[in-house]
Design a protein around this ligand. Structure first.
Ligand code: MG
Length: 271
């Protein structure tokens, strides 16, 4: 559940696992009494004071951060580079991923966690590349949280030294608030969207380390001004890195792969 937007807690389903209640201990040693979404799911019921709402939100994010710390420790112990890919729906995240996997799978071990409200379409697309993937369906939930990711790791079991891509639910608001234990959030913005999105959704661009401007092959047909967009992104986050590419034509993909390789080496060094 997310008090940021007031969405309800969906019935989260992780492929190959029973959902809602997790009677087993998983590798983070979390017990099973941690469905912190259940109570606050009714947080927008009438009669709750603003102060109570704030308290609930702090409790949820605090609990999430505990799971994120556990995930981060788990990744560090295995030299895994975890990247949290965030964007609006339709930015081309899954196409960027499949192209990236096809380019890099012979050099690097990789795995993917796919987050969507419904369907396993994206995980199916990923698996067609030969890279292992696991789908999380969040139901009515609008973001992945660190607890879901911890459970997904039990089943997916990415190999030591690998790159784990976590494709978040398409949403530029709520995923900004939820640390999954990743090394970096990567915000993907396609040039078919408004160039002022970094100003409209500053939280996401503030927490992202990298912004990818995708679909640049379409620029000749659009009014989108990449320089203006980059300027807006740097207003909310002066240290954000920017890569411009097209997952369709492959233009700019080399720099993205180099960015992944460099950060994987840092992860292997324990940075
Ligand atoms: Mg997708």
């Amino acid at each position: 559940m997310c008090t940021v937007c007031g969405c309800g807690e969906g019935e989260t389903t992780i492929e190959g696992q029973e959902h809602d209640h997790h009677p087993h201990e998983h590798h983070h040693g979390h017990g099973h009494n941690h469905d912190y979404g259940q109570g606050p799911a009714h947080a927008h019921a009438p009669g709750l004071s603003q102060a109570r709402m704030v308290q609930i939100e702090q409790d949820i994010l605090g609990k999430n951060n505990e799971y994120a710390v556990a995930n981060r420790r788990w990744f560090a112990g295995r030299n895994i580079l975890a990247l949290n890919l965030v964007s609006s729906p339709g930015s081309g995240k899954t196409s960027l991923l499949t192209r990236t996997l096809l380019h890099m799978k012979d050099r690097l071990p990789m795995a993917v966690i796919e987050g969507d409200q419904q369907t396993s379409h994206d995980a199916d697309r990923i698996r067609e590349t030969g890279v292992k993937a696991l789908q999380i369906n969040t139901g009515k939930g609008c973001h992945l949280d660190a607890h879901m990711v911890g459970h997904a790791l039990d089943s997916l079991d990415p190999e030591p030294g690998s790159v784990l891509f976590i494709e978040n639910v398409g949403n530029l608001v709520c995923p900004a608030a939820f640390d999954l234990g990743e090394a970096h959030k990567v915000a993907i913005l396609s040039v078919t969207e408004g160039e002022d999105k970094p100003l409209k959704y500053p939280d996401m661009f503030h927490v992202a380390d990298l912004m990818i401007l995708n679909k640049i092959d379409l620029l000749p047909y659009l009014d989108f001004d990449p320089d203006k967009c980059i300027d807006y992104a740097r207003r909310v986050n002066p240290r954000i890195r920017v890569l411009q590419l097209s997952a369709t034509t492959g233009e700019g993909m080399d720099a993205w792969q180099q960015w992944i390789e460099a950060n994987r080496q840092l992860a292997a060094l324990g940075d």
